[in-house]
Write a protein that binds this ligand. Structure first.
Ligand SMILES: Nc1nc2c(ncn2[C@@H]2O[C@H](COP(=O)(O)OP(=O)(O)OP(=O)(O)O)[C@@H](O)[C@H]2O)c(=O)[nH]1
Ligand SMILES: [Mg+2]
Ligand SMILES: [Zn+2]
Length: 475
């Protein structure tokens, strides 16, 4: 009996347009195979992939940085190829339904030489779809947080040592990237490996939309299994702040939830232990109000026209290191406001927010923090064997964190009310101090001692848990 093709629609994790599985194209890796028939040779030759170039260009990536020469088969190319093959009396190329994953594969052969691909691409933007894309649901998570708050290090920390921090007796995590040769994917893997083996932190993220990382998570309860794909989006801090609503940052509207990182550098602590102490918030905001909204926008447009990569602090105020702009970029409140204004109230009601105090290792020895009752729970390095995390400790931490946020990171919590659900977290992606050291090419930030993340997976697993609850998987 012939298996019936099932039609499935999903949202592309790059361009967010709808894709039906029978519309998917393919990325090919031919290793330079040659064919007798010119039509096959033509198809198997790398060419500048225009939809792909246009997409990444629009996302702010300069053309020379785009791996534009690719071998792509889409439905149109397939039809044309088969017309030529059939005229020449050759075996036709095939797009075959794969009942295992509701996807398709491509194959063509000429004698003993084969062309084959199961790497599907979006028909609109030509980006590679993750493995099992049409089979499983996808949870989309946006990393939010001001510049330097630790978003990229956070993702590297999750990826370290084969997603070690995410593994449980009843939870497995594995890479689900559709194409292992992807330049960006390789870079993220290298980042995670450098952090794990040498304690070296990745550098600042460029101001462009980046590909998400894809993780396949499988959760087991009794004899049932619940797989899903998690896509995590890392975006440079200043990009989120600028305009969450439009263009390349419109991605925020498509997220199921956010992990918003709060840098301890913006906490109001008596002790000047932290490198940057924030001046009075009201004062800064007051000064910035002098520049009206319109002025700020027109300034922004102008600086975009001048092809500036970012609004330069120096254009604004002389003393750049301590300018208001600089300080503001470090404020989680600005990020939360950008998300709110970009999404609007009604969309905000559909999103989850994991508000996360990052770099907690920096707070571990501070008396002010230590004086909160049960503060040791904030720095607990418990390793959970089973389930998502220790729920009892999680709820106790909510109370402590709520108080800390109230007293040390003013006004941030009022931002949480309109989300579908929110929760407070405190993590350290590195788990120890860092220092700046000279590396062949320049300066790098390096962990002092062994990298030992402190409950870094909790914000992500909370989002996963919410997502599963919503679908009734955990009832
Ligand atoms: N002590 C400590 N430092 C951290 C931790 N996580 C990040 N850092 C430091 O913070 C710096 C910035 O981290 P990134 O992950 O690059 O920050 P980001 O939010 O991605 O910054 P942009 O990409 O510029 O928006 C790192 O170079 C580290 O020095 C942590 O868990 N502990
Ligand atoms: Mg970054
Ligand atoms: Zn797409």
């Amino acid at each position: 009996m012939k298996e019936k093709n099932i039609l499935i629609h999903k949202k592309c994790p790059y361009c967010f347009l709808d894709i039906a599985n029978d519309e998917a194209g393919f990325l090919l890796n031919t290793d330079g195979a040659r064919f007798i028939s010119p039509a096959l040779n033509d198809v198997a030759t790398p060419k500048k992939d225009l939809p792909y170039v246009l997409f990444w260009n629009a996302m702010g990536v300069p053309e020379e940085q785009i791996d534009a020469d690719r071998i792509i088969i889409d439905n149109q190319i397939l039809t044309e190829l088969n017309q030529e093959l059939s005229t020449a009396g050759k075996t036709l190329a095939m797009k075959k339904y794969d009942s295992e994953n509701y996807g398709y594969t491509f194959s063509a052969h000429e004698g003993a030489v084969n062309l084959y691909s199961n790497t599907m691409i979006c028909p609109h933007c030509h980006n590679t779809l993750p493995q099992n894309f049409f089979r499983y649901d996808m949870l989309m998570v946006g990393m939010a947080g001001s510049v330097d708050s630790g978003k990229t290090v956070y993702i590297s920390s999750l990826m370290m040592d084969g997603y070690h921090v995410l593994q449980r007796k009843n939870l497995t995590a594995r890479n689900a990237a559709g194409s292992s040769g992807d330049r960006y994917y390789l870079e993220m893997e290298k980042n995670a490996d450098l952090l794990f083996r040498q304690g070296i932190c990745p550098g600042a993220t460029s101001k462009a939309f980046r590909k998400p990382i894809f993780i396949e998570l499988t959760y087991r309860i009794e004899d049932r299994t619940y797989p899903l794909i998690v896509a995590i989006y890392d975006v440079a801090g200043e990009l989120i702040r600028e305009n969450t609503g439009a263009g390349r940052t419109g991605f925020a509207r498509h997220m199921d939830g956010f992990i918003c990182m709060v840098d301890p550098a913006q906490m109001h602590l008596d002790h000047a232990v932290l490198t940057q102490n924030m001046p009075d918030e009201e004062q800064i905001l007051q000064k910035l109000r002098i520049l009206s909204q319109e002025e700020q926008i027109s300034y922004q447009i102008q600086s975009n026209r001048n092809h500036k990569q970012r609004m330069d602090v120096g254009d604004f105020i002389k003393d750049s290191a301590h300018s208001d702009e600089y300080i503001l970029e470090r404020k989680a409140e600005m990020i939360m406001d950008s998300i709110r204004s970009g999404l609007g109230e009604s969309l905000l009601h559909k999103k989850y927010m994991a508000l996360t105090l990052a770099k907690s290792d920096k707070l571990e020895d501070i008396g002010e923090i230590r004086s909160y009752p049960a503060s040791h729970l904030l720095f607990d390095r418990e390793h959970v064997e089973y389930g998502f995390f220790n729920m009892e400790h999680h709820f106790l931490r909510q109370d402590i964190l709520s108080e800390i946020f109230d007293q040390k990171v003013f006004r941030l919590q009022r931002n949480l009310e309109d989300y579908k659900a929110s929760s407070l977290f405190v993590v350290s992606a590195i788990g120890c101090e860092t220092e700046i050291v000279q590396d062949g090419a320049g300066e790098v930030t390096k962990a002092v001692g062994k990298v030992q993340p402190i409950r870094v997976e909790e914000p992500l697993l909370w989002l996963v848990m919410k997502y599963m609850q919503e679908r009734g998987w955990l009832d």
